[in-house]
Design a protein around this ligand. Structure first.
Ligand code: 5GP
Length: 139
């Protein structure tokens, strides 16, 4: 079964599409966190960031790069939070990778992404060294 976002790509359900090219599309979020909240997706269905092939990932970033200033200028935002909820445990509800571009304003009081994380781990230097080495070996 195709995702709700594939149905938008296919024109089967309506959306306020603000940009489209061969491989990507951007449209307004139906439940915006701020005016101008925009989603950028690959047209083909990939669930997570790491499922997207490199060439499509390049196209996706190009569309994000294009849309950030367009969104900011359109709603006179001071900044944007640009983020992926990557996987269900991270809050991803639609299993079709999408980048949120959420306009931000000096007085919006919503805080940085860091504000989502209540408990921060207290990691010793050797634990940080171990995890850094582990990540580096897989990169
Ligand atoms: P997630 O939690 O998966 O990162 O975000 C999914 C986003 O998709 C939510 O912000 C939600 O408002 C938006 N959304 C869900 N269904 C639709 C829809 O049918 N149309 C549009 N335009 N946005 C949707």
């Amino acid at each position: 079964m195709s995702t709700i976002f594939s149905q938008i790509v296919e024109g089967e359900i309506p959306a306020r599409i603000v940009y489209e090219d061969e491989t990507t599309v951007a449209f307004l979020d139906a439940n915006p966190l701020a005016p101008g909240h925009t989603l950028v997706i690959p047209k083909d269905e990939y669930e997570r960031v790491n499922d997207v092939p490199e060439d499509i990932a390049t196209d996706l970033y190009a569309t994000i790069h294009r849309m950030v200033p367009a969104v900011e200028d359109a709603v006179d935002a001071d900044a944007t939070t640009v983020a992926f909820n990557n996987g269900e445990a991270a809050g991803q509800e639609v299993p079709h990778v999408h980048c949120h571009i959420v306009p931000r304003f000096e007085d919006d009081d919503d805080g940085p992404i860091h504000a989502m994380f209540g408990q921060r781990p207290d990691l010793a230097d050797d634990e940080l060294d171990d995890v850094a080495a582990d990540i580096e070996s897989r990169a």
